[in-house]
Design a protein around this ligand. Structure first.
Ligand code: EPZ
Length: 430
C-alpha cells in the first residue's frame, strides 16, 4: 500500500486550487438516473470515489463519457446518459467500497419503480444506518424489505406519491435520496428538518436545472412538486468546502500563507468563526481566500460539530491536528458520528496531548509535534495526520493512504508545490 512521507517544519507559501466537492459530485452523478437525457457535470474532482460510482452507474446501464478539463473550471467534465436503465440492482461488491452508492436508491425507485440496493454496512467512523432513507421512501408509498443484506424496494403501481416527511435527525444522504425521488413522484413532497449542507443545495439547483420543481433551497424545509419527467442539463459542481478548510488549516499550522482558489469563503463560515479566535486570518481574494496566521501563534478554542451551518464534522479531525500545537487547551465535541476520534491516538504518537471522554476530546497544546510513522483509518483522519506531519519536527510516514485518495485529489502534489517536503512512496518502491 502506498504511503506518504513528510519532513515537517516548512511554512507553506503559494496557491492551491480546490476541486469540485466530492460530496456534491456523488449525488449529482446519481441524479443522472432520473432522466433519459444527458446530464453534464463540470468541475468534477478526480477521485477514487468518483471512479467507484462510475463503475456502479455503468452496470445500471448509464452511458458515461469523460471529457478533459471543463471549460469554466479546473475539474473534469463528465457526461452521463441513462437512456435506458438496464439493471436496478446495486451489488454488494460495489456498494461496500463506497457507502454513498446507496444514493442510487431514490433515483432508481423514482425512474424504474423498483430497486435492489445492497445495505452499505458500517464504516470506521460509525454504524451509518440508512433507516431514514427507508422510512422516508416508505412515506412516499414504497414497499421496502431487507433481504439477504439488500434493500429490496418497490414503488406503488402509479409511482411514488408525494408526502410530508419530518426527519427525526438531520441526514445529508437521506435528504438527497428523498429529494431526488420526490422530483418524479405524483403530487407534492415536503421534507422537514432537511439537511442544508451546500452539497444538498447544489444537488437541488441541478435538479431544478433538469426541470424539477423545488422550493426552499438552502433551508431545512424543501417542497418538491413532482413532474412527469426531467431533462438533461449542464451543471458545475460546487467547490469542496472541506478541501478549502483543510488547506486553510495547513497554512495556519505551518505558519505560512496560502491563496486557496476556485472556492468561496461563504462555504466555510462556521470554520472561519472557529479559526479566527484560534489565531487564523482570512482575507477574501479574487476567486478564493488568502489564509495565514494572524499574529504568530495559534490559540486553543472549543469546537462542537453540528449539521450545516454549524462546524462540519468532516473538518473535525483537521481542527484537532491544528489544536495540538496551539497555546492553551481546546475541547472538541463530535455530535454527528459515534466513532470519529481515531486520529487522536495517532496524533498522540506524534507527541500530542489529547484526552478523549466519549464524544469529547480535550486537546492540550504542546510546543511542537515530532514526526512518527502513523496509520490512516478513514478519509478525514488521514488528512489530519498529513497536516500534523507538515507542522511536526522530523519525518512522518502516513500509512494506508488509499483512504486519502478517496477524497483528496493529488494532495501531495498540491502541497509540495507550496513548499512542503512531501512525497508518495508507491507500494512497489517500498
Ligand atoms: C454525508 O454522509 C457525507 N458523505 C459525510 O462525509 C459527512 O460526514 C456526513 O454527510 C455529515 O455531514 C457524503 O455526502 C457522501 P448523514 P451521510 O446521513 O449522508 C445518522 C466524508 O468524510 N443517520 O448526514 O452518510 C448517521 O449515522 C464523509 O466525506 C441515521 O441514523 O451522513 C450519522 O450519525 C464522511 N440514519 C448522522 O445521521 C440514516 O438513515 C448524520 O449522517 C442516515 C443517517
Amino acid at each position: 500500500m502506498d504511503k506518504i512521507r513528510i519532513r515537517g517544519g516548512k511554512p507553506l507559501h503559494g496557491s492551491i486550487t480546490v476541486g469540485g466537492a466530492k460530496n456534491a459530485a456523488l449525488p449529482l452523478m446519481t441524479a443522472a438516473l432520473l432522466t433519459d437525457e444527458t446530464l453534464t457535470l463540470t468541475n468534477l474532482p478526480i477521485l477514487a470515489d468518483i471512479n467507484t460510482l462510475c463503475n456502479l452507474l455503468l452496470q445500471h446501464g448509464v452511458g458515461i463519457r469523460l471529457a478533459g478539463a471543463g471549460g469554466e473550471c479546473a475539474g473534469r467534465e463528465l457526461e452521463l446518459t441513462a437512456r435506458d436503465v438496464t439493471n436496478t440492482t446495486a451489488p454488494y461488491d460495489l456498494v461496500r467500497k463506497m457507502r454513498a452508492s446507496v444514493l442510487v436508491l431514490g433515483p432508481l425507485l423514482a425512474r424504474c419503480g423498483e430497486a435492489k440496493v445492497s445495505l452499505p454496512g458500517g464504516c470506521a467512523i460509525g454504524a451509518r444506518p440508512v433507516d431514514l432513507h427507508i422510512k422516508g421512501l416508505e412515506a412516499m408509498g414504497a414497499e421496502i424489505r431487507i433481504e439477504g443484506g439488500y434493500i429490496v424496494a418497490k414503488a406503488p403501481k402509479g409511482g411514488l406519491r408525494g408526502a410530508e416527511y419530518v426527519f427525526p435527525k438531520v441526514s445529508v444522504g437521506a435528504t438527497e435520496n428523498l429529494l431526488m425521488a420526490a422530483t418524479l413522484a405524483r403530487g407534492t413532497t415536503v421534507l422537514v428538518n432537511a439537511a442544508r449542507e451546500p452539497e444538498v443545495t447544489d444537488l437541488a439547483e441541478c435538479l431544478v436545472a433538469m426541470g424539477a420543481k423545488i422550493t426552499g433551497l438552502g433551508t431545512d424545509r424543501l417542497t418538491i412538486e413532482g413532474v412527469d419527467r426531467l431533462h438533461g442539463a449542464r451543471h458545475m459542481v460546487v467547490p469542496d468546502r472541506i478541501e478549502t478548510g483543510t488547506y486553510a488549516m495547513a497554512a495556519a499550522m505551518t505558519g505560512g500563507t496560502l491563496d486557496i482558489l476556485n472556492t468561496r469563503l461563504d462555504l466555510i463560515k462556521a470554520a472561519v468563526t472557529a479559526l479566527v479566535p484560534a489565531g487564523v486570518e482570512f482575507t477574501p481574494i479574487d476567486n478564493g481566500v488568502r489564509v495565514s496566521r494572524a499574529n504568530g501563534e495559534l490559540v486553543g478554542v472549543d469546537v462542537m460539530t453540528e449539521p450545516f451551518p454549524g462546524f462540519p464534522t468532516d473538518l473535525q479531525a483537521q481542527m484537532m491536528a491544528l489544536m495540538c500545537t496551539a497555546r492553551g487547551a481546546g475541547m472538541i465535541t463530535e455530535t454527528i458520528f459515534e466513532n470519529r476520534f481515531m486520529h487522536a491516538p495517532e496524533l498522540t504518537r506524534m507527541g500530542a496531548r489529547i484526552t478523549v471522554h466519549g464524544s469529547s476530546a480535550l486537546v492540550r497544546g504542546v510546543e511542537r509535534l515530532t514526526g512518527a510513522p502513523v496509520m490512516a483509518t478513514d478519509l478525514r483522519a488521514s488528512v489530519s495526520l498529513v497536516l500534523a506531519g507538515l507542522a511536526a519536527e522530523g519525518e512522518t510516514t502516513v500509512n494506508r493512504v488509499y483512504h486519502l485518495d478517496r477524497g483528496y485529489e493529488r494532495l501531495e502534489e498540491k502541497l509540495a508545490a507550496c513548499g512542503a517536503d512531501i512525497e508518495r512512496i508507491r507500494a512497489e518502491d517500498d
